[in-house]
Ligand binder design. Sequence first.
Ligand code: GLY
Length: 311
Amino acid sequence: MLIIGSSNARVGIPLGMAILRRGGSALDAVEAAIRAVESNPDDHTVGLGGLPNVLGVVELDASIMNGATRAAGAVAGVRGIEHPISLARRVMQDLPHVLLVGEGAERFAEECGFEQTELLTPEARDIYLRGLRGEENTPYAGLAARAMVHRLAMQPERASGKDAGTVNVLALDQDGNICAGVSTSGFAWKYPGRVGDSAVIGAGNYCDGRYGAAACTGRGEMAIRGATARTIVLGLAQGLSPEEAGGRAMADLDLIPDNYFSTMNCVILAPDGRHAGFSTVENQIYVGMDEHSREVESWPRTYMPVSARGQ
Ligand code: GLY
């Protein structure tokens, strides 16, 4: 039994591990862990308190994938739903589809009984407004103004120097099943309707019970272009270790030039419990617990800078 995730998953990892210890499924553990992150108003990259798009509206993306069957569900550009990870799970379980976006996803949420919630907290609104004004007392200043000019989004985790963009959670239950989940408010000040890798199966999330799971945080455009999560799991399928498979997929990103000083991070879990984490930023960690852990543990991510820029 094991549950790992991005550093901001720390608030949900003990909940997920408690479910695994009770004999619960990896699917339930991942959903519960991510719901705790989505409800954390201090995390400005996920769920309640997430930073909004350039018009000041919070739009959320999430996905979940069950390694036992490779069933997957995802939602993108969803407004007013505090727990998009649970909505993604309902898509997976109740519909013959994988991905619902915008109004359709919100309609489905209403049918499923999800409540509408105001997700833009006063603190997130202040950061958004300060960023628009380019004030210097926010880590997002300047970058936000540039995002406005170019009508492009930027990365709060890079601006703040923290690995806090998007949440990844991967779990392995006592039956040996693996599940992977991802949830995000996406890039702050993003263009309305922009969808990142978190909702794209194969990009920010992939899980195959035979070989393992991988999930990404960072600039989603990179993971979409590199099909990064799927690339990692294909490496595992070819017999590479999590460290080798992650290293190869991260190195592959070097061949994707981009102008936005993009960061990329991933976490990887094999069915035998081996795990790894990578980042294009130095000194980053990922976190987790196994059945013996008394508290959330952390491990360093392997540093892999992306060097190809500006093409
Ligand atoms: N990785 C999250 C996003 O690009 O939206």
